[in-house]
Design a binder for this molecule. Structure first.
Ligand SMILES: *Cc1c(COP(=O)(O)O)cnc(C)c1O
Length: 461
């Protein structure tokens, strides 16, 4: 089909919202390593996991053989309020770059939470409700996940307890108030409401908190209160499963116009949007039906894939979560304070880690000033104000398109635009005032993080 027939936005109909999620693990020859109980170093059983997570989500977490899992009608109904999300041809960006490359992006920012996180939040809230639970607990840093979960809990009439890292609670009052508007109970972490919080406050009075500490508090409240479970917005295989709606819709939209991407690009924090975007493409690659270049983009200041080690590590700083085998910088790693661009998690999804270890995808790291330059250029020509996280993918897409300009190749690039940046204006302000700089951890910095990774036979030895 002639190129100029492709609309700026490719919308699907409501009926074309996927009816099933796709579980890429079913097509992986080398399955991701199982989560381990840190006390016994044995794979966690469904029973052990059910003390913390909802039952159906535990089944999804452990299911590595069912390729397609039905999306319950109640979840699909909610998806209809903001999906299908558009697949957009970046005509403006292509023109500005003067590239022969064809650039598409899948935009997930068209809902009040402003990101893709709602795709999994609504699923997790649904299963909690179905189990007859009273509510769920979680942690949030900057607040995107907490916002998405608050919306989902409001929809199903569930209580939502969010532990928000204290420094964000104080410095980012807007997201906090969005969560409260949707009915969530938002507590600055560490708090006096939990045993672990009181202990941390006693040890470190005046601490501004960390994600690891907020996770510990959220897990404690979930396990100490009848009718509550803990939910997590990234990293876990169940979250990648829910996020497969992104890739399934994008693939359907492109196929309508006979378009096949050569390169698929996504930003990587814990790996949920990237995993969701690439899943159906990776499935074809794994089954030998098609080939794609797949690129994960991470911040140079938190380079899990590109400079981390592939080992079992805790998912949280507080060491209350299970051990996951993943590319990690060590659970004690904290990105430099001047890092403003999100994607701060020390580890990575175990599915993506296995795919990367098997050479099925690439990873690159980018520096934050270059990321904000890409964000600014994109905003001016495409109109959407991108989230800093998403802008990592924009940077990589622009760089690939510029390579095409040099070689004259007409490659087709698809990237994930995970969200909008309206709540990230402090970071944009730094960039606009030219106060933003880059910090790349030294090898010595990284060694400190690696030193904290648990040692046991077969791990880090
Ligand atoms: C949370 C978030 C990310 C990173 O999380 P992943 O699990 O790696 O997808 C990226 N973009 C936005 C807008 C986010 O809110």
């Amino acid at each position: 089909m002639a190129d100029n027939k492709i609309p700026y936005k490719i919308y699907l109909t409501e009926d074309e919202i996927p009816k099933q999620w796709y579980n890429v693990r079913a097509d992986m020859k080398n399955k991701p390593a199982p989560l381990l109980n840190p006390a016994t170093l044995q794979p966690l059983t469904a029973e052990e996991l059910s003390a913390v997570f909802c039952e159906e989500l535990v089944q999804q977490e452990l299911d590595e053989t069912t390729a397609y899992i039905d999306i319950p009608e109640e979840i699909r109904e909610y998806y209809k309020s903001y999906r299908p999300s558009p697949t957009i041809r970046a005509y403006g960006l292509e023109k500005a770059l003067g590239t022969p490359a064809k650039i598409y992006y899948k935009f997930e920012g068209n809902n009040t939470s402003g990101s893709h996180k709602l795709n999994s939040a609504i699923a997790q809230a649904y299963y909690a409700k179905k189990q007859g639970l009273k509510g769920v607990t979680t942690e949030t840093g900057a607040g995107q996940w907490g916002t998405a979960l608050s919306m989902a809990c409001a929809h199903f009439g569930l209580d939502c307890k969010v532990f928000m890292v204290k420094v964000s609670y104080e410095q980012k009052p807007f997201r906090r108030e969005v969560m409260r508007t949707y009915g969530a109970d938002v507590t600055p972490s560490p708090s006096m409401t939990t045993e672990i919080g009181r202990k941390i406050l006693e040890e470190y009075p005046g601490t501004t908190g960390s994600l690891g500490c907020a996770i510990s508090e959220a897990v404690e409240v979930a396990t100490h209160n009848e009718g509550y479970r803990y939910v997590l917005g990234s990293v876990l295989s169940q979250v990648l499963l829910h996020q497969s709606v992104i890739g399934l819709e994008a693939k359907t939209a492109l196929e309508k116009y006979g378009v096949k991407p050569d390169i698929v690009i996504g930003c990587a924090g814990g790996g949920s949007n990237l995993g969701g975007l690439i899943s159906p493409f990776m499935g074809e690659k794994l089954r030998g039906e098609n080939d794609y270049r797949i690129i994960a983009v991470e911040p140079a200041s938190c380079p899990s894939f590109t400079r981390g080690v592939y080992a079992y590590d805790f998912c949280d700083t507080g060491m209350v979560c299970p051990l996951a085998k993943m590319y990690t910088l060590g659970h004690g790693f904290i990105p430099s304070a001047n890092h403003a661009g999100g994607l701060r998690f020390h580890g990575m999804s175990s599915i993506l880690s296995q795919l990367y270890a098997d050479g099925l995808m690439e990873a690159i790291s980018v520096e934050q000033t270059a990321v904000f330059e890409a964000a600014e250029q994109f905003a001016r020509v495409e109109g959407i104000l991108p989230a800093p996280e998403s802008s990592h993918a924009i940077r990589a897409a622009i760089d690939e398109a510029l390579k095409c300009k040099e070689t004259g190749e007409e490659k087709t690039i698809l990237f994930g635009l995970t969200g909008t940046g309206y709540f990230d204006m402090v970071a944009y302000e730094k960039f606009n005032d030219r106060e933003m700089n880059d910090y790349i951890p030294t090898d010595e910095d990284l060694q400190k993080g690696f030193a904290g990774i648990p040692r046991f036979p077969g791990n880090m030895d």
